[in-house]
Design a protein around this ligand. Structure first.
Ligand code: NDP
Ligand code: CA
Length: 321
């Protein structure tokens, strides 16, 4: 039988002083590329993962268990090719509002017996937020539309009355496409700037932003630099797991294909550093926990790890929004 899911600790960033949560309950955000069913079975060639462990019958419960164990307030997923038949109805029954945006030409559609296109999905807990607006974005690169998408939703937090913009994306995969990813990132940042910057006048300032995604880019890539140095003031939450607060985890994805083993940091949770504060992060499993056959496996359903953090609003000087 399949082994138990490895336990992951929720840890407080070492560099942060604890603060009172009484009037400022944190928001739990989950980011995860869940591995599209059609790609996992039909395209990825994960040679060290038994085919049986990749069956949807096995995986769907593992994916849902992993998501629901942590009771997130916001769930950002990539490679969702079972939205309408699985995630939307189950998450709705559990009190989540869902939104789905398929890729224009999903590679899933090339796989025999596919379940439709894969895409990004964004869920929020209905008891925690009201929806203000939704933007479906098709990312461009040098003015040309690409096959990658993003969803951005502006929410109002019912506990604090504050607004929050949440975005989910999945950038172009594979090496050789670094410049396309960078251009997609630039396009996304520009759209998000428009969404989070209120109109003219002395308003309450920009809407705090969280961007979750599989960026398919190591921290050394141009698109990472663009995100960490944009005028939106974004910082990557998982840097706070490191001792110096400046270093990304060693991996968020680890797999073995016929072409070899690939252990890389590709997934990120970006947040507005001036307006938001990271209270806790879900630790990254050790190499030993991941095991010699890497991901996916009988005990872990995707080749990407789920990222999760608790975020709270910083007490702004005179911010009422
Ligand atoms: P990407 O290159 O972004 O990758 C698609 C998926 O493949 C990702 O989910 C990625 O996973 C996964 N992947 C990454 N590396 C590998 C690998 N070495 N082996 C197997 N899978 C891998 O895809 P695009 O969105 O650019 O779409 C490409 C496909 O879409 C084409 O193959 C074509 O089928 C179709 N297409 C069709 C068009 C048409 O006109 N009919 C137009 C455009 C695309 P991860 O993100 O986890 O790394
Ligand atoms: Ca994939």
């Amino acid at each position: 039988r399949r082994p138990a899911r490895p336990h992951r600790d929720l840890v407080q960033p070492k560099l942060l002083a604890p603060c009172s949560h009484q009037h400022n309950p944190s928001i739990r955000v989950l980011q995860w590329n869940i591995l599209a069913q059609a790609l996992g079975e039909g395209k990825d060639s994960f040679i060290r993962c038994p085919l049986e462990a990749l069956s949807w019958h096995e995986r769907k419960y593992q994916i849902l268990e992993e998501i629901l164990t942590y009771r997130p307030d916001i769930v950002c997923l990539q490679e969702v090719d079972h939205y309408y038949d699985t995630f939307q109805p189950i998450m709705a029954r559990l009190g989540y509002h869902g939104n789905f945006l398929p890729k224009p030409w999903s590679p899933c559609l090339d796989v025999e017996h596919n379940n439709g296109p894969d895409g990004c999905a964004l869920f929020y807990r209905r008891s925690r937020f009201h929806l203000h607006s939704t933007a479906h974005l098709r990312l461009s690169a040098m003015m040309l539309p690409t096959n990658q998408v993003a969803i951005a939703q502006t929410l109002r937090c019912l506990a604090t009355g504050r607004q929050l913009c949440v975005a989910v994306t999945h950038l172009k995969a594979r090496s050789g496409w670094e410049r396309l990813r960078s251009a997609q990132g630039a396009d996304l940042l520009q759209s998000l700037q428009g969404i989070t910057t209120p109109g003219s006048g002395a308003g309450p300032g920009p809407i705090p932003l969280v961007v979750c995604g599989d960026f398919n880019a190591e921290p050394s890539e141009d698109v990472y630099r663009r995100f960490s140095s944009s005028p939106l003031g974004l910082s990557s939450a998982y840097k706070l797991l490191s001792g110096d607060g400046q270093t990304e985890p060693a991996y968020t994805s680890w797999k073995i294909r016929p072409s070899g083993e690939s252990c890389s940091t590709l997934d990120y949770i970006w947040y507005s550093e001036r307006a938001l504060r990271v209270e806790a992060l879900l630790d990254i499993p050790t190499e030993q926990q991941i095991g010699p056959n890497r991901l996916p496996s009988y005990h872990y359903p995707s080749d990407h790890l789920a990222l999760l953090c608790d975020i709270s609003f910083r007490e702004g000087p005179h911010r009422l929004l």
